[in-house]
Design a protein around this ligand. Structure first.
Ligand code: 6PG
Length: 248
């Protein structure tokens, strides 16, 4: 996997992060011809972005008919459950726009186990990609959105979990979450998440300052290990940024 440079952009607040992320997403989609995949994330960090996507000017600018929406991880709960990441994306934007139903790709959390759901999602991703081996020159996603958890996890890749070392599978089941909410998860692995033209971390709020400082200092945390075959961009707000990173 490519060791690429992490670009850190400090913005005023969570709203500015959402606006910047929306612009990047639109620019990537404008450059892509034909079907294009976006990998969503859960948690609170992407919520303002999702709301923006459903509103003008994004709403009219997005090529809904050719964008496919996947999710980097989900909680193993029913699709309409309040904890479901894809459920949240639906409530905040996908259910309010002209996104064709077949372009929305939730993880099948109604299957018997997280592992069964992971295998089924891997098959969905491979079907979309058209091959069963990832080619760094032809990324699976245009943009992968990521968050930073309080323990340094990202997607559902928790510190010390075996999933961190997975090099072959694109998606795995996580029977025990390392952080709240303590429900089993299904997560894309680092190689699948890296298969993107741009990976965008969204990090805001003072509660994130300490863990973000550890990531930026090079501590070995899951979020520090995330790589991208394309660009790797961290959008952080002033409240989360360590003092030395504050914009003038
Ligand atoms: C999840 C996530 C997870 C999240 C981080 C940050 O399902 O919980 O995908 O990786 O992105 O925990 O969450 P917040 O944005 O809520 O801080």
């Amino acid at each position: 996997m490519l060791q690429n440079e992490r670009k850190i952009i400090v913005l005023a607040d969570a709203q500015a992060i959402a606006e910047n992320a929306a612009e990047r997403l639109l620019a990537r989609l404008a450059q892509a011809s034909g079907p294009a995949a976006i990998c969503l994330t859960g948690g609170s960090s992407p919520q303002q972005l999702y709301q923006l996507l459903a509103r003008e000017p994004c709403r009219s600018a997005l090529p809904w008919d050719r964008v496919h929406w996947f999710v980097g991880d989900d909680r193993f709960v029913p699709p309409n459950h309040v904890l479901s990441n894809m459920g949240m994306a639906r409530r905040l934007f996908l259910d309010h726009v002209n996104a064709p139903r077949e372009n929305i790709h939730p993880i099948a959390t109604t299957l018997a186990t997280p592992d069964a759901a992971a295998r089924s999602y891997e098959a969905d991703l491979k079907r979309f990609y058209g091959r069963d081996r990832l080619d760094p020159a032809r990324p699976l996603f245009e943009v992968v959105l990521m968050g930073l958890g309080p323990d340094g996890h990202t997607a559902s890749l928790f510190p010390h979990a075996p999933a961190l070392r997975e090099g072959k599978r694109w998606v795995v089941g996580v029977d025990q979450a390392g952080c709240e909410p303590f429900v089993p998860r299904v997560t894309l692995t680092f190689p699948a998440l890296a298969s993107t033209r741009e990976m965008l971390f969204l990090v805001d709020g003072k509660e994130k300052r300490e863990i973000l400082a550890r990531v930026l200092a090079g501590n070995d945390l899951p979020a520090s290990r995330a790589q991208s075959d394309g660009k790797l961009t961290w959008l952080i707000d002033r409240a989360a940024a360590p003092e030395s990173r504050h914009a003038p």
